[in-house]
Write a protein that binds this ligand. Sequence first.
Ligand SMILES: O=P(O)(O)OC[C@H]1O[C@H](O)[C@H](O)[C@@H](O)[C@@H]1O
Length: 296
Amino acid sequence: MPIEQKQDRIILTHPKGSSAEILYYGATVISWKSVSKGSSTEPQERLFVSAKAALDGSKPVRGGIPVVFPCFGAPSHPEHTKLSQHGFARNTIWSFGGIVLDNEAGVSIRLTLEPTDAIKQVYERPFHLAYVVTLAEHQLVTDLHVKNTALSSSGPLEFQALFHNYIRAPSNELFVTPLTGVTFYDKTEATDELKSQPKVEKRDKVDVKVFTDSVYENAPGTYEVTWPSGKIEVRTKNFPNVVVWNPQEQAGAKIGDMEAGGWERYVCVEPGHVRGFVSLATGETWIGQQVITVEE
Ligand SMILES: O=P(O)(O)OC[C@H]1O[C@H](O)[C@H](O)[C@@H](O)[C@@H]1O
């Protein structure tokens, strides 16, 4: 069955062998298996999920593709003061919104989220989110549609959004490109003042062999993660920023739901709009998209 609805998740299966699993909790993609382009080997897992990750809805999933909305990191907007880090989209149960495609070009479903009672306690703005996950032979596509459903008198909806991709790859052997010359903010710095000082990326190939938490500003929008035996491309629309994060042991050992040495098995390459806010007029819809492709 190409689209199987279980109690807590949806499983997509493509006729050419790839598959994906999406939890209703957080609309979190927790598995994407795809074959390599030139080989007939079994489909391989392309995302990292910590063996210690909670998948029961008790906390955001440590791995896969959590959806970050409406704030990235600690809240900085006056309307977000009661929100927790990375907002509520990643720790709320979404609803099934239907099958979008079911053929060889793509197997695709939609999940939706509107303010729940719990969200209304901490966030006053009305909104409608639709998240479409599409599986192709060598590709996974995710689209987030944000609609401002408020009355016209309420002013624009201001939000941040990001796809927190945990890409499975050996972190000490990989490079993220092309980021040369791009301005970034280094969240590994010790003080807020240093964190807010722009730096310019001088490396042709960005590695994550040391604790890395960099927010690139006017980023090119298409990224490659390359390691000796593999390559993944992340192509994006409407996301001017990208975050590259790997805690290495220095910060990773302090993360309660990180498996031992987990930081050696992934890099987070997170396309988003997180410097400043998207400003969305009443009745309008904003769409952010990524296309992740296996290139080896
Ligand atoms: O632990 P979490 O709330 O899931 O956040 C995990 C990480 O997300 C992003 O990559 C941020 O840039 C990091 O600063 C943060 O540590």
